[in-house]
Design a protein around this ligand. Structure first.
Ligand SMILES: CC(C)(COP(=O)(O)OP(=O)(O)OC[C@H]1O[C@@H](n2cnc3c(N)ncnc32)[C@H](O)[C@@H]1OP(=O)(O)O)[C@@H](O)C(=O)NCCC(=O)NCCS
Length: 166
């Protein structure tokens, strides 16, 4: 279901209050909060989340937008039961109404095969993202995309996110 808000406390309800619940602190990157949130409740407790926001991007010479997906999380005791599949599918159903032709996410290499099972494709190109003080850095995580329309084709060329990553 759609969540009216998603706070730090909501995230801790799902993942606990670890310092690095997504295992990406080593990247040293600054991230954007997501704007739209989808969740699953079980016995009144939030047990899964996926967030979305629209982001400007250039792919080759073309400037366009993608729907960024982030903050995908399932409570440790509830993992392996298809909840990530369900919450990401719910978020993507909404993403299809947002306008952009593709959704994009960043993940650690061990999660590439999980997202491939959900219909996402890894990008082999280097992906640049913005960081504070106008720094441009190469994304050290894997970038994955999925079409939001039947006729969508990912253009060729280098990818640059014109914002912080999400
Ligand atoms: C990553 C995470 C969201 C997965 O949640 P989950 O509920 O266990 O995932 P699901 O059960 O929905 O699995 C989705 C699919 O991936 C498969 N899968 C699960 N783990 C996998 C793995 N390590 N490699 C390949 N496939 C995997 C499942 O079999 C399932 O496929 P199927 O539906 O065809 O059987 C969860 O482990 C988590 O919250 N981790 C901590 C936070 C995090 O790292 N988030 C990722 C941010 S990008």
């Amino acid at each position: 279901m759609r969540l009216a808000q998603y706070t730090k406390a909501d995230q801790e309800e799902i993942l606990g209050n670890s310092d690095d619940p997504f295992g990406v602190a080593w990247t040293g990157l600054s991230w954007l909060p997501k704007e739209e949130h989808f969740g699953i409740r079980h016995d009144g407790r939030l047990v899964a989340h996926a967030g979305l926001l629209r982001l400007p991007v250039t792919i080759g010479d073309a400037e366009t937008e993608v729907v960024g997906v982030g903050g995908v999380a399932v409570a440790p005791g509830m993992q392996g039961q298809g909840l990530a599949r369900l919450v990401v599918a719910t978020a993507l159903e909404h993403a299809r109404t947002m306008g952009p032709q593709h959704a994009l996410l960043f993940c650690r290499p061990p999660l590439v095969s999980l997202y491939q099972r959900l219909g996402w494709h890894p990008l082999d190109e280097e992906v640049l993202v913005e960081q504070p003080e106008a720094r441009l850095v190469t994304m050290p995580l894997r970038t994955m995309v999925t079409p939001l329309r039947d006729d969508a084709r990912w253009p060729s060329g280098p990818v640059r996110l014109l914002s912080l990553p999400m």
